[in-house]
Design a binder for this molecule. Structure first.
Ligand SMILES: *Cc1c(COP(=O)(O)O)cnc(C)c1O
Length: 246
């Protein structure tokens, strides 16, 4: 038993070696195959390089091998890297955002993935107005109802979206979810399918100012299933850079 566990661990590790070029190639190839299986176009899918804890040298490598959209889960780390990384890339905030940090992040990121309340959206709207910009956002949904995760419950999503749609300087582009950490990625298929269905259902209601086209779902160990279920943005860290050392 002990030995089998150890072997499995080694096998999963070796798949995510710290070879950024090879990892990106492998991920792109997986995505292409998943697109073929599910009759989707490869061009619909964007890989976000999740750079948390990773040094600028690794970020440079990812950039050199074709990735130009980076994501961080912490505001402080994002702002620090945003000023020190000189390449022409766009940033995404994928982690929880506190209202008191809204001011420093609005306008610095192309997309905020983690809006989970009207109150937060309103704070973003106020700041966007001051900066005279439109801020794109996603609504985070806790599809799996995990206590440890942020995000709206499924039955709150439509109501909150209707309220946020009235704000002038935020634009709802779609939905985001963080699926549970599971042994087998197939276990998350129903979660991804559900998020996709919510997006389709809400689009069909023709709410003013709401036309969603973005589904941010799928991470290192379940991005293939996510693509098959309609993801348009994959948030991949370990799969590109190797294991994180905190
Ligand atoms: C860290 C993180 C990811 C990437 O996780 P990996 O398993 O390393 O690919 C994706 N989304 C969010 C919100 C994260 O915080």
């Amino acid at each position: 038993m002990q030995l089998r566990l150890l072997k499995t661990k080694l096998l999963t590790r070796s798949k995510w070696m710290k070879n950024i070029e090879a990892n990106i190639k492998c991920i792109k190839n997986d995505i292409k195959l998943a697109c073929e299986r599910s009759n989707r176009s490869y061009s619909e899918i964007t890989v976000l390089a999740v750079t948390k804890t990773m040094p600028l040298s690794d970020m440079n490598q990812a950039f050199e091998h074709g990735l130009n959209q980076f994501a961080e889960n912490k505001v402080q780390e994002l702002l620090r890297k945003e000023t020190s990384f000189s390449q022409d890339i766009t940033w995404h905030l994928i982690g929880h955002l506190q209202t008191n940090k809204v001011k420093s992040i609005v306008g610095k990121v192309t997309l905020i993935h983690s809006v989970d309340s009207y109150r937060l959206a309103r704070a973003i709207d106020v700041q966007a107005k001051i900066s005279d910009i439109y801020q794109d956002i996603l609504i985070q949904v806790n599809v799996a109802k995990e206590d440890t995760k942020f995000g709206l419950d499924i039955d709150e999503v439509e109501g909150v979206i209707r309220d946020i749609a009235l704000l002038k300087n935020v634009k709802i582009r779609g939905l985001m979810t963080i699926a549970p950490y599971v042994v087998c990625p197939e276990e998350n298929r129903s979660i991804f399918r559900k998020l996709h269905q919510i997006l389709v259902d809400i689009n069909q209601k023709n709410i003013d100012n709401v036309r969603m086209d973005t589904l941010s779902m799928g991470m290192t160990h379940d991005y293939i299933v996510a693509v098959e279920e309609g993801a348009t943005m994959l948030r991949i860290g370990t799969g590109i850079f190797g294991e994180r050392i905190y």
